[in-house]
Design a binder for this molecule. Structure first.
Ligand code: ASP
Ligand code: MG
Length: 404
C-alpha cells in the first residue's frame, strides 16, 4: 500500500519523540508499504518564530514571515531523516518547493493549486521513505508560502490525493475524534468512524483535531483519513464518506464554539431587500454570518440578530456603522459574551425527538437559549459564554450518559 502519515508538532517535539515516530514510520515501511511522512514544526516552534519576528517588527511583511515560518518544518524533516538513517532506513527529506506543491500567493493563508508528484514518485519507487515539510508551498513567483496555522493536515491530505494513496493517517496527541472534548467532558468517547460532513461540522465548531480545509479536501478527493495517536497504540477514528450501519450514530458529538459574537440590528426597515442589503454588505467584506434570527416586523421595522466570528466583530461593526444611513436601521448592539453549542450527527434529520432532548437537557440545567438554528446534520443553540461548558456537559450526558 501507499500510505501518507502526518505527524503534528507535539509528536516530533523532542529527540525522544522523533525516535518514537521514526519507529512508527520504519515499521510501516518494513510491513512492505510505501511511506510519505508529512511533518509539522517541532512543539511550539511556529509560535516562537512568530514571536521572534514580532520582536523585530510588529508587522512583518507576509512574504518574509512565511520565509521564516517555513524553516520550522524543515528542521523537523531533516532531523527525522537523520533518525531514520541511523536506523538504516533509506530516507529523503523534501521541502514544499522540492515536491512542487504550488499555491496561490496569499501568504499565511495560501491555497494549494497543484502538486507535481514526479519527485515524490521517483523517491518512492527508489524504495525510500519520503519526508515532506507540511504547511508550506511555493507560489507562481517562486516565493515560499504557508497554508495557515495547522495547515500540515491539509498538506498531508493533498499529497495523499495527488499520489492516489491508499490511506492518509493523521498522527496526533489525542487518540481520535471524540463525542466531546475529553479534557472537559466526563464520559466523552472516541468515535470509531465519522463521516466527512460530520467531521466538517465538528471541526468548524471548535474540535481542533483536524484542520478544516484538510477535511474539505479529503471529501472532495475521497481520501480515507484516520486520526490516531502517536503515543498510544490503538485504532483511531476513521473519517470517510459513508459509514456502515454499525458505525452510524444519530449524534456523533457535542461541540462548542466560543469564538463568536452576536450582533443585533434593531429597527431595520421591514421591506423586501433589507436583509439582502445587510448581509450582502457583510459577505462583500468576506465576513461569514452563521446563526440568523429575524423578528416579526411591527410598524414597518424588524430586528435581526446574527452571529459571526469574533475576529471579524470589529470590522463588521465599523462596516455597519459606516452604512447605517443606507441600511436604515435604528440601533446596533454587539455582544461578544456568547458561545454556540451544537449537536452534530448525520442521523439527526431522521430522528425528530433530538431537538427536544437537547432542549430538555438545557432546561433541566437552568441554561437559557438565546438563538436556535438547525441544518441537516447540526442543531445549534446560542448561550452566554460562561454557561457553554455546563451546556456541553448537560447535553452530552443526555445523549451519551456519564460513561463508566
Ligand atoms: N507548524 C504549523 C503550525 O503550528 C503547521 C502545523 O502544525 O500544522 O501551525
Ligand atoms: Mg503546530
Amino acid at each position: 500500500m501507499r500510505i501518507v502519515q502526518k505527524f503534528g508538532g507535539s509528536s516530533v517535539a523532542d529527540a525522544a519523540r522523533i525516535q518514537r515516530v521514526a519507529g512508527i514510520i520504519a515499521e510501516t515501511r518494513r510491513a512492505g508499504h510505501q511511506v510519505v511522512a508529512v511533518l509539522s514544526a517541532q512543539g511550539d516552534t511556529t509560535d516562537e518564530l512568530i514571536e521572534k519576528a514580532r520582536d523585530l517588527n510588529p508587522a512583518p511583511s507576509p512574504r518574509e514571515l512565511d520565509a521564516l515560518l517555513c524553516v520550522g518544518e524543515q528542521i523537523s524533516v531533516a532531523l527525522m531523516a537523520m533518525a531514520l538513517e541511523a536506523m538504516g532506513q533509506p530516507t529523503v527529506s523534501l521541502t514544499g518547493w522540492q515536491i512542487g506543491l504550488r499555491t496561490d500567493s496569499r501568504h499565511g493563508a495560501a491555497r494549494i493549486r497543484s502538486i507535481d508528484g514526479a519527485r515524490l514518485l521517483q523517491e518512492l519507487e527508489a524504495g525510500k521513505i519520503v519526508l515532506v515539510c507540511g504547511f508550506q508551498g511555493i507560489d507562481e513567483a517562486g516565493d515560499q508560502t504557508t497554508l495557515g496555522r495547522g495547515g500540515s493536515d491539509t498538506s498531508a491530505v493533498a499529497i495523499a490525493a495527488a499520489l492516489g494513496a491508499d490511506k492518509c493517517q493523521i498522527y496526533t496527541d489525542v487518540e481520535g475524534v471524540y463525542t466531546a472534548d475529553p479534557r472537559h467532558v466526563p464520559g466523552a468517547r472516541k468515535l470509531a468512524a465519522v463521516s466527512y460532513d460530520e467531521m466538517l461540522e465538528l471541526a468548524s465548531l471548535g474540535n481542533q483535531v483536524l484542520h478544516n480545509r484538510s477535511v474539505e479536501l479529503a471529501k472532495r478527493y475521497g481520501v480515507d483519513l484516520e486520526v490516531r495517536s502517536s503515543f498510544v497504540r490503538a485504532p483511531g477514528t476513521v473519517v470517510k464518506e459513508e459509514l456502515t450501519p454499525m458505525e452510524r450514530m444519530i449524534i456523533s458529538g457535542v461541540a462548542k464554539d466560543a469564538d463568536i459574537a452576536r450582533f443585533t440590528v434593531r429597527g431595520l426597515p421591514d421591506r423586501p431587500g433589507a436583509a439582502l442589503r445587510l448581509f450582502a454588505l457583510l459577505s462583500g467584506a468576506d465576513i461569514n454570518v452563521d446563526l440568523i434570527l429575524q423578528s416579526v416586523g411591527t410598524e414597518g421595522r424588524s430586528d435581526v440578530s446574527f452571529t459571526l466570528r469574533r475576529d471579524d466583530a470589529v470590522k463588521a461593526r465599523a462596516l455597519l456603522d459606516a452604512n447605517a444611513a443606507a441600511l436604515g436601521y435604528r440601533a446596533l448592539a454587539v455582544d461578544a459574551d456568547v458561545a454556540k453549542v451544537s449537536i452534530v450527527g448525520a442521523g439527526l434529520m431522521d430522528a425528530p425527538g433530538m431537538a427536544v432532548r437537547m432542549f430538555e437537557a438545557l432546561a433541566e440545567a437552568g441554561l437559557n437559549i438565546q438563538m436556535i438554528a438547525s441544518s441537516e446534520i447540526k442543531l445549534s443553540v446560542l448561550l452566554r459564554r460562561a454557561e457553554a461548558d455546563a451546556a456541553v456537559q448537560a447535553i452530552h450526558r443526555r445523549f451519551f450518559g456519564d460513561g463508566e
